[in-house]
Design a protein around this ligand. Sequence first.
Ligand SMILES: [Zn+2]
Length: 87
Amino acid sequence: MERHNHDHCLDLIDRLNDYLDGELSAVSCAELEEHLRQCPECQELLASLQQTVDLLHHLDDLPPPLPPALENRLISQMQQQVQTKRH
Ligand SMILES: [Zn+2]
């Protein structure tokens, strides 16, 4: 069984928010989606980030950007989750 590369996950987590905002380049998007297909952990992380973003967007007619403090907290939480699973 091929060893899962969590370094790649950590790299992608940084990009997830840009991905959700549609700010990621097409190449980075493709890379991220390719990894997501193979990585249930990142799928979970993306789903929870997506939920948070959706929630914020529903609070107002105009989607506000994710507050940087919240974004940083989410991202560090995700990175901790990934690192905790590393053996
Ligand atoms: Zn991953």
